[in-house]
Write a protein that binds this ligand. Structure first.
Ligand code: NAD
Ligand code: UDP
Length: 337
């Protein structure tokens, strides 16, 4: 029976679909293409040689979501669809609450109506960053305090709470929340990758556009953080490792009967912005001009995962290194330039 992947045409969704299909799962994609292209769905088919049923529907339109459940015998849902730009969420909070929260409620109501009780939710390391002690550089476990600093983060935390309540109300619900750290890189085919609209907000999409000459130089947001070289430290994870994490989580869902559990998906290794710039230049032989710019509001010094729980309980571990991430990001950018 198929898995419904909401947001399956997006960056993380398309790679996750490839991993699922390669491991023999059947999938259906629902995506309104507000931040992706239908071509990504065609590329998933091309890479895997499998058909991918696609519904270009909006989660906010409950009737169209219901029609998918009516037509397809869905067994589980991987819920990635949502808006994700922190800065935009501060400027337009209602847009974020409407899309992320209402979309999720519609989906959950349809799941309940059609007896589908298995879900994997795309959460984020952002659920921790509001509680981070700026002076400390400790790995984050799933037990670390949760607090957020912006509407985007709040939608993630609220949805986790909604899912926890749902499981409390009916223990048959079987839910895994995956807290992603910083996915970068692309599938080795370079057919899919991170291709944001407009000027990128995130570090790697910005770097590759500097490398390709589309943007003049990288602005490094602050070099006075409490880190080894003063620039911010994050846990970058190869997108295919993250995608494989969903396969591991799906196997876990199939094995256990009910629960709400969160897992960090990260490598456990922190790299600074300068580490990324230098590794990218070395691996790809391309210089990245940069300037030191003021700190970006809301950024923390250091944020990296303790991935032990996922290793133990999901039998999953990130395998690819920073050089792989930098190389695959650059190959993908060249393929679309
Ligand atoms: P993305 O924008 O590439 O993918 C999201 C997809 O959801 C897009 O294809 C978009 O068209 C679709 N979508 C949005 N609203 C929709 C709606 N109402 N109905 C149907 N489709 C809708 O983003 P991504 O980087 O692949 O992120 C996927 C999920 O992972 C998001 O929920 C995001 O918040 C979360 N996440 C991402 C990161 C990251 O660094 N990329 C980190 C942590 C968490
Ligand atoms: N960053 C930067 N310049 C950019 C984008 C990001 O210096 O143009 C830094 C940012 O301050 C942080 C790191 O790169 O220290 C990762 O930022 P990103 O937005 O990719 O992910 P976040 O961890 O904020 O979700």
């Amino acid at each position: 029976m198929p898995i419904l992947v909401t947001g399956g045409a997006g960056y993380i969704g398309s790679h996750t679909c490839v991993s699922l299909l390669k491991k023999g799962f059947e999938i259906i994609v629902l995506d309104n293409l507000c931040n992706s292209k239908e071509n990504a769905v065609k590329c998933i088919s091309r890479i895997t040689g499998k058909d991918v049923p696609f519904y270009p529907y909006d989660l906010r339109d409950k009737e169209s979501v219901r029609s998918v459940f009516e037509k397809e015998a869905i067994e589980a849902v991987i819920h990635l669809a949502g808006y994700k730009a922190v800065g935009e969420s501060v400027r337009e909070p209602l847009k974020y609450y409407e899309n992320n929260i209402l979309g999720t409620l519609n989906l959950l109501e349809c799941m309940r109506e059609y007896g589908v009780r298995n879900m994997i939710f795309s959460s984020s390391a952002t659920v921790y960053t509001g509680a981070l002690d700026k002076a400390s550089a400790k790995a984050l476990t799933e037990e670390s305090p949760l607090a957020v600093t912006n509407p985007y983060g709040r939608t993630k935390l609220m949805i986790e709470e909604i899912l926890r309540d749902l499981h409390q109300s009916d223990p048959v619900w079987n839910i895994i929340s995956l807290r992603y750290f910083n996915p970068i890189g692309a599938h080795e085919s370079s057919l899919i990758g991170d291709d944001p609209n407009g000027i990128p907000n995130n570090l790697m999409p910005y770097i590759v556009q500097v490398a390709s000459g589309k943007l003049e130089k990288l602005n490094i947001f602050g070099n006075d953080y409490n880190t080894k070289d003063g620039t911010g430290v994050r846990d970058y994870i190869h997108i295919m490792d993250l995608a494989d994490g969903h396969v591991a989580a799906m196997k876990k869902l199939n094995d256990c009967g009910g629960g709400f559990t969160a897992y960090n998906l990260g490598t456990g290794q922190g790299y600074s912005v300068l580490d990324i710039v230098n590794t990218f230049s070395r691996v790809n032989g391309v210089e990245i001009p940069y300037v030191i710019a003021p700190r970006r509001e809301g950024d923390v010094d250091t944020c990296f995962a303790d991935p032990f729980k996922a290793e133990q309980e999901l039998n999953w571990k990130a395998m690819r290194n920073l050089a792989d991430m930098c190389r695959d990001s650059w190959y993908f950018q060249q393929s679309i330039s």
